[in-house]
Design a protein around this ligand. Structure first.
Ligand code: MD3
Ligand code: FE
Length: 238
């Protein structure tokens, strides 16, 4: 049966969040609903623990003096604009929390689940999955009104994929190109539990979060409001 017959007049669209992995661009794979609600709640509990320090959640100040609206905490390596350090020298000088072993395993599973089905454009990537060893995570918290401007992640000395997990309110994620921070780009809704992996030709693409949709936390995700995004990275540092 054709799509048209199933979705007459396109008044009813198939919800892309009900399907499996979706390749947005070569190396960029969106896996809706990857984390169960139980896993989401468990991660939110860990998040609560991480906020107790030694380094608090903080809004980073960019070199021009602009303070980000997103607040961030780090695991493994501390990120500050625009480098990684072992101590939070731009916050309170304390050492960063260690990168948890469970997150290495989760990152490996994420890369495998996104790439191993072999979606087009990912032919060279499957051998990555088993060896993927992230050593830094940025944990972003989007409170009411927080956004993230279009940027590239290029402080890492590695082209290994970035693994992104979303929990809490739905956001609009803007995935751009590697050349400019402007069009062309693709807008994708990221919901609680979604996985996104950015590797290969997409690793150095511009991207941002133009908005978070208030009041969209699903029941049982562990958050009453706001959005958590975890991005795992391989820094290539020692
Ligand atoms: C594409 N975080 O922490 S996750 C970031 O939702 C960041 O908090 C956003 O951008 C957030 O740097 C977006 C999606 C994402 C993360 C890293 C990428 C997309 C990426 C790295 C390369 C290409
Ligand atoms: Fe980023």
């Amino acid at each position: 049966m054709s799509e048209d017959a199933l979705f007459p007049l396109t008044l009813i669209q198939p919800d892309t969040h009900d399907a499996g992995p979706r390749v947005i661009a070569p190396g960029a794979v969106h896996v809706p609903g990857w984390l169960s609600l139980e896993q989401q709640r468990w991660i939110v509990q860990r998040f609560g623990e991480w906020t107790h320090g030694p380094v608090p959640l903080r809004a980073a100040t960019l070199p021009g003096g602009h303070r980000m609206s997103v607040r961030t905490l780090c695991l493994g390596w501390h990120w500050q604009p625009y480098r990684y350090t072992r101590e939070a020298t731009d916050v309170n000088g304390r050492p960063v929390l260690e990168f948890p072993e469970w997150m290495v395993r989760l990152g490996r599973k994420a890369v495998a689940d996104a790439y191993l089905p072999g979606p087009e454009g990912n032919e060279a990537l499957p051998e990555l999955a088993g060896n993927y060893t992230p050593d830094a995570a940025l944990v972003n918290f989007y409170d009411r009104g927080a956004t993230m401007g279009m940027h590239q992640d290029k402080d890492e000395r590695s082209n290994a994929p970035v693994v992104s997990l979303s929990i809490g309110e739905t956001c609009l994620f803007r995935f751009g190109n590697t050349q400019t921070r402007t069009k062309p780009y693709t807008d994708v809704e990221l919901r609680s539990g979604d996985l996104f992996v950015f590797g290969g030709a997409s690793r150095f693409s511009y991207h941002g979060i133009p908005k978070v949709l208030p009041g969209t936390c699903p029941e049982g995700c562990g958050l009453s409001h706001g959005r958590i995004n975890i991005t795992m990275r391989v820094t290539g540092l020692s």
